[in-house]
Design a protein around this ligand. Structure first.
Ligand code: FES
Length: 124
């Protein structure tokens, strides 16, 4: 990880995150889970909003991430909970610049939503 900007850091080469792959990185004070879905990189808070288990230890099937602990499921394109539907993941800003994945140090949204209404973004 390269810290060269006040707002974001370089975490890996884009080529190191294959399509359908997920990897976890320490970004500032947060654990961030990067997931490549159909060539687009998504960045989510890397701990489950239920009981803070590392989501990288879960399973990713298509666009559905399942936490290993109690099997909560999330749509990794939107961050919205599938089961339970009211849960959601905090999103981090992410972009690819010159073949490097760069992640913002602060989430796009505020505090993690545990089981309340999700203010996640819509499908692109
Ligand atoms: S800690 Fe993830 S479902 Fe319970």
């Amino acid at each position: 990880m390269v810290a060269d900007d006040a707002d974001e850091v370089e975490v890996c080469a884009a080529d190191d995150l294959w399509e359908g792959d997920m990897q976890s990185f320490d970004v500032g004070e947060h654990e961030v889970l990067l997931i490549n879905i159909e060539g687009r990189v998504h960045a989510w808070h890397g701990v489950c909003p239920h009981q803070s288990v590392a989501l990288v230890e879960g399973s990713l099937v298509g666009k559905v991430l399942t936490c290993r602990a109690h099997l909560w499921q999330f749509d990794v394109c939107t961050g919205r909970g599938i089961n339970p539907a009211a849960a959601c993941l905090k999103e981090f800003p992410v972009r690819v610049v010159d073949g490097k994945v760069r992640v913002g140090l602060q989430p796009v949204r505020g505090e993690a939503v545990v089981v309340t209404a999700c203010s996640g973004r819509s499908e692109p």
